[in-house]
Design a protein around this ligand. Structure first.
Ligand code: SF4
Length: 449
């Protein structure tokens, strides 16, 4: 059971020195109990106290690292059932899939397709971070060769292989990139544990039902392996959904640490060849607790809605997504280039800057502090006004840095034109179109005239 703040306080140093960032030891202990602070932030807890507390204050679901370098990612580590309670911390990762049961032409075509989906949305790279490489005993394509080819794409692999010897051979060619070996079952878990431990990779556990999976996880923990993920894929969509929800509930609500591992949901098994259903299910399992969601293919048709959804789900609802206020010189803009101002809401920034870049016209994009709100919300809340712009102009020394005196303002706050011109003497204020998509033509027309 999770400890209460008072239990932690009893073991605290009681110095009230504030070094942890909290005003008192009691306040710090309350934060630790809520999961909002880590015990390591206080340098004075005794080793004995830390040992007593570490297990009890650890998050109910383990954070599991896979991949290396730029492809390193964390799965799990979640502390709540619903996003509105706190926040989801480690986003769902989508895996495109390959199988040695595919013919060579299909494999080559898939390998060529995977890198095609790769784009930025609001500062985040969107692409298939994982490749699930399934092993079928009936498959005619050499599995190790397939793993080598998949690894060459530079993505983290999930090896879906329950054959111990084949898994060992596959890991020999890819273990350095820290893949997941999704291969432990009630029948082979001891041997698979030895293979995964030797290679230093995360082990995936599956079984006929959750009882079997639970017993296998318990047995693996008994062997000292807590570097696990749980494959919750059942025989049907309904069973898969029930397993995945049950796992999260047992970990978070019941505090059962044996269930406190990230999940793998394999949609290729439960909705084979139905790409529309897989896309819909991937959206459901993004919201409902899939840590890795395996799909038959990820084209732009699947990626655009899915990654957008994921980005919305895995942001802190209490913190607006915002960019740093400042001057962003686009398309080689200098002090003589025209200025355009908007708010610091990340979506607005990336939409507007994307259109400005597309125009090719040198522009100084000036982002003022508007509390991370969109244009109209910031205006309604008084965070985007002639006064806020005047204040930012002074703080950022805009007039000292830029000689051009033309300023484009968002079309939705055209009403501010007169006030801004009164507060910033010498500036000509120009009204932009209402929609960012119209900026390219607008700027090109301005440049031509
Ligand atoms: Fe107390 Fe430790 Fe925080 Fe100091 S750093 S106030 S001793 S909890």
């Amino acid at each position: 059971m999770a400890l209460k703040g008072l239990d932690i306080f009893k073991l605290s140093p009681k110095k009230n020195c504030k070094e942890c960032g909290s005003p008192t030891c009691m306040a710090f202990c309350m934060k630790v109990a809520q999961g909002a602070a880590d015990i390591s932030a206080c340098p004075y807890f005794s080793e004995d106290a830390k040992a007593q507390l570490s297990e009890a204050t650890a998050p109910p679901m383990k954070s599991i690292k896979i991949g290396t370098g730029a492809e390193e990612m964390v799965l799990g580590g979640e502390t709540v059932m619903e996003r509105h309670e706190k926040t989801f911390v480690n986003k769902t990762r989508y895996a495109d899939s390959l199988c040695n049961c595919m013919d060579e032409a299909t494999i080559e075509a898939k390998l060529a397709e995977v890198p095609k989906v790769d784009y930025d949305r609001i500062g985040e790279r969107m692409y298939a971070e994982l490749i699930y490489v399934n092993y079928s005993a009936e498959g005619s394509y050499d599995y190790v060769e397939l793993v080598k080819k998949a690894a060459a794409l530079g993505r983290t692999l999930v090896l879906g292989c329950t054959d111990v010897e084949v898994a060992k051979a596959a890991l020999a060619v890819c273990k350095d990139s820290k893949p997941v070996l999704n291969g432990a079952t009630p029948a082979n878990y001891a041997e698979m544990n030895a293979v995964a431990t030797e290679a230093g990779v995360v082990l995936g556990v599956s079984g006929a039902d959750m009882n079997e999976i639970y017993d296998t996880v318990k047995a693996l923990e008994g062997l000292g392996n807590k570097n696990l993920v749980i494959d919750t894929t059942g025989a049907t969509v309904k069973e898969t959904f029930a397993n995945t929800v049950q796992l999260r509930k047992a970990a978070i609500k019941d505090g059962d640490r044996t269930c406190g591992y990230p999940s793998i949901v394999n949609l290729v098994k439960v909705a084979k060849d139905d790409l529309h259903l897989q896309a819909a299910l991937a959206a459901i399992f993004t919201i409902k607790y899939g840590s890795i969601v395996v799909m038959q293919e990820i084209t732009y048709a699947e990626a655009l809605p899915l990654y957008g959804l994921r980005q919305n789900i895995f942001t802190d609802p209490q913190k607006p997504m915002r960019v740093e206020p400042g001057i962003y010189a686009l398309n080689g803009a200098d002090e003589n280039s025209i200025c355009l101002t908007t708010v610091d809401f990340a979506l607005t920034y990336f939409l507007v800057s994307g259109e400005l870049e597309r125009s090719g016209v040198p522009v100084n994009l000036i982002i003022s502090d508007a509390g991370g709100l969109s244009v109209l919300t910031a205006w309604a809340a008084g965070k985007l006004s002639s006064s806020s712009i005047e204040k930012f102009w002074k703080e950022a020394d805009i007039e000292g840095k830029i000689k051009n005196r033309k300023l484009i303002i968002p079309g939705k706050v055209a009403v501010l034109k007169g006030e801004i011109e009164a507060k910033l003497p010498g500036w000509e204020v120009i009204i932009a179109p209402r929609e960012a998509v119209e900026l390219v033509k607008f700027l090109k027309d301005m440049q031509a005239n």
